[in-house]
Design a protein. Sequence first.
Length: 89
Amino acid sequence: TMVLWNLDRYECKEQWLSGKFGQQICVAADWENQRAVSGTAQGKLLLWDSKKLALISAVDAHPGARINKVFIDVVIGFAVTAAEDGRLR
């Protein structure tokens, strides 16, 4: 489960399930364009609609390697991942 927190009130604002893709390790969001990406312990990169809290797509970015960091730029249409396999993609 991924949770969106309201930091002014220190409470959970929204949460959405991502369990079928395994443990979520990292997330990055572009709130203006309503998109987020997350990386999993199994090497998947997940693209989310952050307004609807819905999965758009899943990519096997680093098969079998934990993704430790993600970056998203929706305007230019790119996401970058860094994983335990030593690769940036």
